[in-house]
Structure formats: C-alpha cells, structure tokens
Design a binder for this molecule. Structure first.
Ligand SMILES: [Zn+2]
Length: 206
C-alpha cells in the first residue's frame, strides 16, 4: 500500500495551508491507504490524529520533522523530543533510545535544511527521503545515490503544505498497514520503495 510519510497540517505547522479533512480527502482520491502528519518540531497533532482515526477509521500516523543543527530529520515512534535545536546525532540517538525510526528529509534541497554531507557522519539513520514533492529532480537523484552508498532505506513523500502537493510523492510498503505498530514494524523491515503520482496512478521509482 501507498503512504505519504511526510506532510504538514496547519494546526501545528504554521507554514501549512492544509487542514486534515482536506489532506485525507485528496489522499483517498489518489488511493493512499494511510497518511503521516510530521509537523515542524511538534507532535501536538498526536491526540487529534488518534481521535480522527477512531472516528473515521482512516489511519493518520503522527511523527515529527525535527530541525536539527545540521538539517531536517523525520522521526516516528517517539514521545520525547528536544525543545530546542540539537545536533543531528543527538536527535537520532534520542530517537533510537526510545525505539523509534528516522529518516533524513530532502537531504540535498537547496534551502540549507537538508543534512547534505553530514549524511556521511551521522550514525543511526534508517532511511533517506529520495523523492520529495518539493525538491528538485537533481537533489532527489543525489539523495538516491547517497542512500545506495550508505545502505539506507529509501522513501518518498510529498512534504505537502498546499493541496496541489498532497500525495505527489509517497512510499510503497508491500504489507498492509492499519495501525501505527504495523507501520513501525514495516518501516523497520525496510522493504519500502519510493513512488510518485503520474497520470492518475502511483508508479514505483527505481
Ligand atoms: Zn516538511
């Protein structure tokens, strides 16, 4: 199934124009089986997401996009995160200590928010976002090369802040995922692949 693993909802991401209802409507139209809200330096949406899933049955998982001193990292499966900026390694260590998973978001986007060459130094990342809906093709290609070299899982995500971007890039998981626990387990297994939406359907990126 296809899941958008990096999205911003306006309640806790002040740069987003998207409300959850609209995100889910578009996600369903495109055929996504679940979505992940990963707000900037906040997991405030956790309870709202749980409530939404309980009411509607549509899986909404909450992670975080943490702006470390070296760049953005998306993490899942944690309860605690630093309240101020810390180094990428410190953040990753914190994620791992809580049994969470994490990936580098848009590592080579040219807005100084990607880990770039720090990818070679940090230890403990699970994956790299090699398709990002708001990043150039060249930057995505470079991320894919680094993922291969460093032996990291590859993911795709829209990083959406506006309706047009919802679900443009996503991650394909071979297993059916209904719960957050299943999502974490599938993530740890690492059989996911990045995918993109084109001509009304998802295509797996190879
Ligand atoms: Zn983002």
């Amino acid at each position: 199934m296809f899941i958008d693993v990096h999205m911003h909802e306006m309640t806790y991401s002040k740069d987003s124009f998207l409300k959850l209802d609209e995100i889910v409507r578009i996600a369903k139209e495109k055929g996504l089986g679940a979505i992940c809200i990963t707000d900037h330096d906040s997991m405030g949406f956790k309870e709202l997401a749980k409530e939404y899933t309980r009411k509607t049955g549509y899986p909404v998982f909450v992670g975080i996009e943490f702006f470390s001193l070296q760049g953005d990292i998306v993490a899942f499966g944690i309860d605690n995160y630093p309240k101020e900026r810390v180094s990428a390694q410190e953040f990753i260590d914190m994620v791992k200590a809580q049994g969470g998973v994490c990936f580098a978001a848009h590592p080579f986007r040219n807005n100084r928010r990607g880990l770039e060459e720090h990818l070679r130094e940090v230890k403990g990342l699970d994956g790299l976002e090699v398709l990002n809906g708001s990043t150039s093709k060249e930057a995505c290609k470079k991320a894919a090369e680094y993922a291969k070299e460093l032996g990291l899982f590859t993911l795709g995500a829209s990083d959406c802040h506006v309706p047009e971007k919802v679900g443009v890039c996503v991650t394909y998981f071979p297993e059916e995922i209904r719960t957050f626990e299943e999502f974490l387990a599938a993530f740890c297994k690492g059989d996911m692949k990045p995918a993109y939406y084109e001509d009304g359907e998802y295509k797996i990126f190879t």
